[in-house]
Design a protein around this ligand. Structure first.
Ligand code: PMP
Length: 304
């Protein structure tokens, strides 16, 4: 049986979590959501940076003028309750806030705001082998949206039409992922991941102003790298710096820390996972697998 889904403050059966075809979200993409992971760590089940994810959800909703009738603490508690009720020790967590059924038309202000939280079991997004060997990617022909088109810092459903185009093209071209450039031609991010370039032991990543989603894994890797003595620069990265990098890796809730071995068929570094990428993976997995939590990033949940 699939786990129960939290809906506006109550639990409902998985099968009953339905919306009407005339809901605003279906026609106009009016949802905001999160992707969060609960890990079965050596110290017990724990959610990685739960509060930061839910704060990003609240911020995304604010940008789209959606009033969620629950505060941050209540939403955090709702996630914990949903996991505990599911009995899943490790899972992917998907809170989504959407505009439901109401007057038909672009204006969403009269449509109800509905909040759902679902959880399910999920393995590595880009494949287990990818974490070790790395993935083949391309520079996408679609750009990341310009800052004055869609708010890139909001994790909104509609943004993922752009991301889907990037991902579909990559798959059609036998690549695992596409790297989007900003509208002024600088490296932005993958369809569902942030990107790091390693060159001469310095880590570079696009600044948050450059139409990227401010990833929570990205922020965690910046902190872990700096603690280990690496310099990290958030700056505009030209496309060719991808091809000449010593190492490249993606970060994200789903992708975790995934090495990139080729871009547009250029071999990156040695063509397999580099030492800095490995060090960052180890640092990340020390937290989420071993449950070693000096930063207070884990919220432990009670799953027997
Ligand atoms: N960029 C995009 C477009 C994403 O969808 C994601 C996944 N949420 C990320 C970056 C990575 O963000 P996070 O580390 O918070 O999962």
């Amino acid at each position: 049986m699939e786990p129960d889904i939290w809906y506006n403050g109550e639990f409902i059966d998985h099968e009953d979590a339905e919306i009407h075809v005339l809901s605003h979200v279906i026609h106009y993409g009016s949802s905001v959501f999160e992707g969060i992971r609960c890990y079965d760590t050596d110290q017990g089940s724990a959610v990685f940076r739960l509060e930061e994810h839910m704060q990003r959800l609240v911020d995304s909703a604010k940008v789209y003028r959606m009033d969620i009738p629950f505060d941050l603490d209540e939403l955090v508690e709702a996630v914990v309750d949903t996991i505990e009720r599911s009995g899943l020790r490790g899972c992917y967590i998907r809170p989504v806030v959407l505009r439901g059924e109401g007057p038909m038309g672009v204006n969403p202000l009269e449509n109800p705001v509905e909040t759902f939280i679902a959880v399910w079991e999920w393995g590595e997004y880009l494949g287990e082998e990818a974490l070790e060997k790395g993935v083949d990617v391309e520079v996408a022909s679609w750009n990341r949206m310009a800052p004055n088109t869609f708010p890139a810092m909001a994790k909104a459903g509609g943004n993922y039409l752009n991301a889907s185009l990037v991902k579909m093209n990559a798959i059609k071209n036998d690549k695992m992922e596409g790297i989007m450039l900003s509208t002024d031609g600088y490296v932005a991010e993958g369809s569902g991941e942030n990107l790091f370039v390693v060159k001469n032991d310095t880590l570079y990543t696009a600044p948050t102003g450059l139409s990227i989603l401010p990833g929570i894994t990205r922020a965690s890797i910046i902190a872990l790298a700096e603690e280990r003595g690496y310099e990290v620069e958030e700056k505009k990265i030209p496309r060719e710096a991808l091809y000449t990098a010593d190492e490249l890796f993606f970060t994200g809730t789903a992708a975790e820390v995934t090495p990139i071995r080729t871009v547009d068929d250029y071999t990156i570094g040695s063509g397999s996972r580099g030492p800095v990428t490995k060090e960052m993976q180890d640092a990340f997995f020390e937290v989420v697998e071993k449950g070693h939590d000096p930063h207070d990033w884990l919220t432990f949940v009670d799953v027997p």
